[in-house]
Design a protein around this ligand. Sequence first.
Ligand code: ZN
Ligand code: ZN
Length: 181
Amino acid sequence: MDTEQDGHWHFQPEPFEGESFSHFLGRYCALNCITPSGLAQHTLAGSVAIGRWRKLRYIPPPSEEQLQRLAEITGVSRERLSALLPQQPMQIGTIRLCAACYAEQPYHRTHWQYKSTDYCERHGLALLARCPCCKASFPIPAEWETGMCLRCGKAFADLAKLQKQVVVPQHRSRGASTKSP
Ligand SMILES: [Zn+2]
Ligand SMILES: [Zn+2]
């Protein structure tokens, strides 16, 4: 969907199921050819806030006012934007990836960053914490536009065959996602 705003056409991407806020912001900026500082100006959120959100830092979370403004700019409701924020404690120092999920639909999922998540239940594969080819860390999700490792150029979708299989106990197979700490 797109719309005319301030005399300019803006593309208004729909958030994907479970997409991280950081990835959504990056996708919005890329589609509309605007920089993070441009987004900071449009949303009046300030560069510091936009920089934090891009790095998956949501403590403190975006204010109601910031979400409202972001909703007006992106065309995504405040409620849907809020739903992109994490519901559980996250580990943000290492960006994680299930390449098999990414091959199905190319975006960063919030739940990969949860402290309680260490493998993809959908594929039974360990999450990648760095590029298995060159060992580089993955960029922040807001910079996943190219969908590839920024050091060696390997496409994320091609990394699935390098993910390790996880042996999942029967009672924890798909659907039973509760996990003791
Ligand atoms: Zn997966
Ligand atoms: Zn690499």
